[in-house]
Design a protein around this ligand. Structure first.
Ligand SMILES: Nc1ncnc2c1ncn2[C@@H]1O[C@H](COP(=O)(O)OP(=O)(O)OP(=O)(O)O)[C@@H](O)[C@H]1O
Ligand SMILES: [Mg+2]
Length: 253
């Protein structure tokens, strides 16, 4: 039975879709069967990030409304055979209940190991629908004050759900800003938000972003975390490794 992990944030544009897609790719590359499910109705773009936007015949609303079987709404990734995309291409006029989405996910869950759910930013209806479908959550923030403030609100909301774990990804970390003390360190952010630091993702330059699906080390470590590496060992290794790199000035100034 698949673990269902929702990826959320307070502020928009902090990297939820990037984290969801890249974590999906890394888990799939490690041999796990993964669905990346887009529940960001209206602003959905997981299929675009995964490069499968032209391959879907059906979406999750089609499955909910009975126009296809749940499995038919899945698109197998052409490069990563263990990775499937479940898109939400249409804006439904009708109210979509969390129960309806959960039923679809529960139907396909037995054949997969992970269902990663990309959720809308904020704490509106779409957030509640996405979180109600999951057992675990991953909160994404950047080190910027506005993102952290919104993340705090979402973190507190998440703590009100019956989730087995809530992790924290600090994305777009710039070593030069950390070094100069202009932003909080990922560890300080984790303390401020009272959430365990699950991953640190450096800000990448534009050229690297073109290869958005294989961003490498940080997401591989995040995938290893979910595949059962001991959380303490993983986070310690990640933290010292990445911070070490920052202080050596490997990032651009
Ligand atoms: N670590 C990173 N370094 C550089 N750019 C990044 C990084 N992570 C994400 N981005 C870029 O930031 C932009 C926003 O990322 P993304 O779409 O993943 O955010 P989001 O939280 O899903 O946004 P939304 O709230 O609109 O759904 C994208 O252009 C993405 O490529
Ligand atoms: Mg997004």
């Amino acid at each position: 039975m698949a673990r269902k992990i929702v990826v959320t944030s307070g502020k928009g544009g902090v990297g939820k879709t990037t984290v969801t897609a890249n974590l999906g790719v890394q888990l799939a590359k490690s041999g796990c069967r993964v669905i990346v499910c887009d529940l960001d109705f209206g602003l959905n773009n997981v299929d675009v990030v995964l490069g499968v936007e032209n391959l879907a015949s059906f979406d999750v609303i089609d499955a909910i409304e009975g126009r296809c079987r749940p499995k038919q709404a899945l698109v197998r990734h052409p490069h990563y055979p263990n990775l499937y995309s479940l898109s939400s291409n249409r804006i439904s006029e009708r109210y979509v209940s969390p129960q309806a989405v959960r039923l679809i996910l529960d139907t396909i869950a037995p054949q997969f190991e992970y269902i990663l759910i990309d959720s809308p930013a904020g704490i509106d209806e779409g957030f509640h629908r996405a979180v109600a479908c999951a057992e675990e959550a991953l909160l994404v923030t950047t080190p910027h004050i506005s993102a952290m403030r919104d993340a705090d609100r979402v973190g507190n909301m998440l703590k009100g759900y019956r989730l087995t774990q809530i992790g924290l990804v600090v994305n777009m970390v710039r070593g030069d800003l950390v070094r100069r003390g202009e932003v909080l360190t990922p560890e300080e952010i984790s303390k401020a938000l009272r959430l365990p630091l699950t991953a640190i993702v450096p800000e990448e330059d534009k050229i690297f972003l073109e290869n958005v699906l294989d961003r490498g080390k940080s997401f591989k470590q995040l995938a290893n975390y979910y595949m059962g590496a001991k959380p303490e060992e993983e986070s310690e290794r990640k933290y010292s490794g990445l911070l070490g790199a920052f202080f050596k000035g490997l990032k651009r100034g």
